[in-house]
Write a protein that binds this ligand. Structure first.
Ligand code: URA
Length: 232
């Protein structure tokens, strides 16, 4: 049942997302509405990072050690989006630096790129306790930051790692096994869903699928995959 606090929370969320998207004023004058387009505030990526590091929008801010904004080339053609920081990422304040991250680095290098060439981010900027799955409310609170990051970086291709990244960005509940391997449109950007590297550590047999997906992405970006490279 919807109560007043649900409604207030929803209004607050919408206003915060709009503020992040650059809508400066709430226009309530009907005449003005047609004349005054919302003004876009040109927030920069470093400013957005500052904003994230002061975020108190959900309870994960009370348990995190560091915010993990994301890292890499701010003008990257290729952006990787994962789920949420784990223990090592929380400790270092950097994305994908644990075991799954090492595998991700191998995948990136297998197509002839370096981590510094791409941008790596996550749906959540804070670690969920005990690495539990992100909660719907946490995703709702945090995803405006990611949406703005994508808008500022303007990658040509997004590689969405795992179900939380793919389902959130594509607004679907279709399982990742069905989504993977095809390009989808995300705000005019090609988005390729694939399995999460942590899943690959538990299911090495799925690495070949990710390698197939990665090669499709490399081709789209006009990258020449080094011949000697085998599936990571
Ligand atoms: N898993 C993720 O989804 N993101 C990280 O940054 C690390 C592990």
């Amino acid at each position: 049942m919807t109560n007043i606090s649900d409604i207030m929370n929803s209004v607050k969320k919408t206003m915060e997302a709009e503020e992040l998207a650059g809508v400066k004023e709430l226009i309530i004058d009907r005449e003005k509405m047609t004349k005054n387009k919302p003004t876009k505030k040109n927030i920069t990526l470093p400013e957005l990072k500052e904003k994230v590091s002061a975020c108190r929008r959900c309870s994960l801010a009370e348990t995190n050690t560091n915010y993990v904004f994301g890292d890499g080339n701010p003008k990257a053609d290729l952006m990787f989006i994962g789920e949420a920081p784990g223990r090592e990422e929380d400790k270092q304040g950097l994305p994908f630096v644990g075991r799954a991250g090492k595998l991700l680095t191998m995948i990136i290098e297998a197509i002839g790129l370096k981590r510094e060439d791409v941008f790596i981010g996550n749906i959540l900027k804070c670690r969920p306790p005990d690495n539990r799955n992100p909660l719907p409310d946490e995703i709702a609170m945090c995803s405006p930051y990611l949406i703005k990051q994508v808008e500022l970086i303007k990658p040509k291709v997004i590689f969405a790692l795992g179900k939380f990244a793919a389902q959130t960005l594509l607004n679907t509940e279709t399982p990742i096994s069905k989504l993977r391997g095809k390009f989808y449109d995300y705000q005019g950007i090609k988005l390729m869903p694939t399995y999460h590297p942590a899943y690959l550590l538990r299911n090495p047999g799925a690495k070949k699928d990710v390698w197939i997906d990665m090669q499709v992405v490399a081709k789209e970006l006009g990258l020449k995959v080094p011949r000697h490279k085998k599936q990571p």
